[in-house]
Design a protein. Structure first.
Length: 52
């Protein structure tokens, strides 16, 4: 399940990173946790992990 709005999805961007992301996936359903920040209005920030 994606975390971005459908209108924010850009297939060209997704295709350009899919080849890189697949090396870290076990199943295709895991891809959103690797690429969701590309399609979000504001990238998530984890305060527990500063500097990353």
């Amino acid at each position: 399940m994606s975390t971005w709005d459908e209108g924010d999805f850009d297939e060209a961007v997704f295709r350009s990173v899919a080849g890189l992301a697949h090396t870290r996936l076990t199943v295709l359903g895991e891809i959103t946790k690797y690429v969701d920040w590309l399609f979000l209005a504001q990238a998530p920030y984890d305060e527990r992990r500063p500097g990353r």
